[in-house]
Design a protein around this ligand. Structure first.
Ligand SMILES: [Zn+2]
Length: 294
């Protein structure tokens, strides 16, 4: 088991420990449970789906990267597919507060990057901040998304974000997690193509400045991240963050990145280049390229 889980795992009920052990002992545990795994763990632990989501929160929070706040937040996003996805907050020293990923953003983006197309529920160990409520209002599940907090009755996003402003107020038809393809033509090597594909599937209806990032890891794996723009602009999540989110959730670190590619238009209205470069440099990664998409 990856050492990041040691303390949290020890606090879990015995039956749940036994059910999760085969998953956590996999060196490549993807920080998610697919629908079959969820069903098996429910059967073996005696927990229902929501109780399991709560029980997994300490493991999700153990994925947090919090050198600034030392305040670990965990989130579990529940997909229509039946899958459960971990999320955790992440902070990057040497950058700005704006580069931070909140746990709900982490879980939502994680699910999106794994191919989930709609979320039904999100479970969090602390009440969602205003930034996250607004971020989640971009989802195609809209204000129906159910939010679960310890010792509270579940409430819809509409309950937590009354009188909401969102994409529908701006006549946006394609919402976050809806299938999207900007149709950028692939070219270059595998890493460049992965970045272009991520840009093609990014959500940027407000600036029309789609972007994607691909990270090559020392072990040969490629992780990608898509830009997730928001109707209120500031809660938008940059493509690099979506890729770093997968990197840290899966127990890897900045030292595993060997090369990075950002894909965006030749002269976009908004550019990710400076923020991508400076954040990667702060993580010790200097082999960063920009490729234009069309
Ligand atoms: Zn938040």
């Amino acid at each position: 088991m990856h050492p990041r889980f040691d303390c949290a795992f020890a606090t879990l009920p015995e039956k749940l420990q036994a059910a999760l052990l085969p998953l956590l002992n996999d060196d490549h545990f993807p920080a998610m449970l697919n629908a079959d795994e969820v069903q098996r763990v429910m059967d073996e632990s005696g927990l229902d789906r929501q109780a399991l989501s709560f029980a997994l929160l300490p493991l999700a929070a153990a994925c947090a990267q919090t050198p600034v706040s030392r305040f670990n937040v965990g989130a579990i996003a529940s997909g229509e597919s039946g899958n459960l996805y971990f999320g955790a907050n992440m902070e990057f020293p040497g950058t700005t507060m704006q580069q931070t990923i909140h746990a709900e953003q982490s879980a939502v983006t994680h699910a999106w990057m794994r191919g989930e197309t709609r979320l039904t529920d999100i479970t969090v160990n602390y009440t969602p901040c205003g930034h996250c409520r607004q971020f989640m209002n971009e989802l195609n599940s809209g204000t129906d998304l159910l939010i679960h907090l310890p010792q509270r009755q579940p409430g819809t996003l509409g309950h937590y974000l009354p009188d909401a402003f969102g994409p529908r107020d701006l006549q946006i038809a394609t919402l976050l997690m809806d299938p999207c393809d900007h149709g950028f033509i692939p070219h270059g090597d595998a890493l460049t193509q992965a970045a272009i594909d991520a840009a093609s599937r990014s959500h940027a209806p407000y600036s029309d400045s789609p972007s994607g990032v691909a990270l090559a890891l020392q072990d040969g794996a490629i992780l990608t991240g898509r830009y997730a723009e928001n109707a209120a602009y500031n809660p938008s999540l940059p493509p690099l963050q979506a890729a770093l989110n997968l990197l840290f959730l899966t127990g890897r670190g900045a030292g595993d990145i060997s090369r990075a590619v950002l894909a965006e238009r030749e002269a976009p209205l908004l550019t990710q280049w400076d923020a991508t470069l400076s954040t990667l440099e702060s993580l010790g990664c200097t082999y960063v390229e920009r490729v234009a998409v069309a």
